[in-house]
Write a protein that binds this ligand. Structure first.
Ligand code: IPE
Ligand code: MG
Length: 268
């Protein structure tokens, strides 16, 4: 399809499912109607390094720009009425990066998690999903405090997947179940998918409906493997620091048009 036709299709798609800004500086109505809206949106935020390289800047500047992008995306998700937004901030594999980059990421993370308390008034509850292993205690404290300060907020849960790995999460859950079985608290024959789900960290977090990856890469990179089982994938070329709440709203509108079958057959 030509570029012109793609932009035309996007424009039409917007017209069909999206209402214009209300002009009063207030929140815009959601792009997707109830019942077509994803409950759980997860984002693999990729492309910070390339964003910086294109500007001749150090990779750390890309990570800073990536953090600045967060507020617009959180605003878009709130407008859209998303209940759960999971953000892949640091993977268990990212420790393979140069020490200086890891140190910079830890400093940025600590400042960011510290600064998000204000979102509590807007109904955002922060949760952390990931392993404590190797994390500086200041970062663990900042994560726990962000969780504590926003504990009572109910409009949207934002999950920081920080030092997260999908396989790590599954392995730790399996170990947890094995411990319960050994002590006789759990019958191994009773372990099925729903029992397993209930033992995952943050068991109240539903399966991912919509998984977005920025920067043109098309991989899952060990992200929330259990909950991504039936996610709809959206790969976009935009680098994470350039991604905005409006991009998110456009993708939510596109999600509303997808037909989900969960392995079954639908007519037509
Ligand atoms: C994502 O951007 C941020 C983190 C993984 C912390 P990258 O740092 O992976 O950016 P690229 O892929 O090198 O452009
Ligand atoms: Mg990357």
């Amino acid at each position: 399809m030509s570029k012109w036709r793609i932009s035309m299709a996007r424009w039409l798609l917007r017209g069909a499912v999206r209402l214009p800004e209300n002009g009063m500086g207030g929140r815009r109505p959601p792009a997707a109607s109830d019942g077509h809206r994803p409950r759980h949106v997860a984002v693999i935020m990729d492309g910070n390094g390339r964003w910086a390289a294109r500007r001749g800047l150090p990779r750390t500047s890309g990570h800073e720009a990536g953090l600045r992008a967060l507020s617009s995306v959180l605003d878009g998700a709130l407008e859209e009425g998303i209940e759960h937004l999971s953000l892949f901030c640091l993977s268990t594999e990212n420790w393979n990066r140069p020490r200086a980059e890891i140190d910079a990421l830890m400093r940025l993370a600590e400042d960011t998690f510290d600064s998000f308390g204000g979102y509590a008034e807007r109904g955002v509850r922060f949760r952390w999903q990931g392993s404590e292993a190797r994390l500086p205690s200041a970062v663990v404290d900042a994560l726990r405090e962000a969780e504590e300060r926003t504990r009572r907020s109910r409009a949207m849960t934002v999950v920081f997947c920080f030092n997260h790995g999908g396989r790590d999460e599954i392995a730790r859950t399996a170990a947890d179940l094995a411990r319960s079985a050994v002590t006789g608290r759990l019958d191994p024959d009773a372990i099925d998918e729903s029992v397993f789900s209930r033992h995952l960290p943050l068991p109240e977090l539903p399966d991912i409906d919509m998984l977005i990856r920025t920067s043109g890469e098309q991989r899952i990179s060990n992200f929330m493997l259990w909950r991504a089982a039936y996610a709809e994938f959206f790969f976009v070329d935009t680098l994470w620091p350039d991604f905005t709440g409006d991009h998110l709203r456009d993708l939510v509108a596109a999600f509303a048009l997808r037909k989900r079958r969960f392995g079954a057959v639908t007519g037509g």
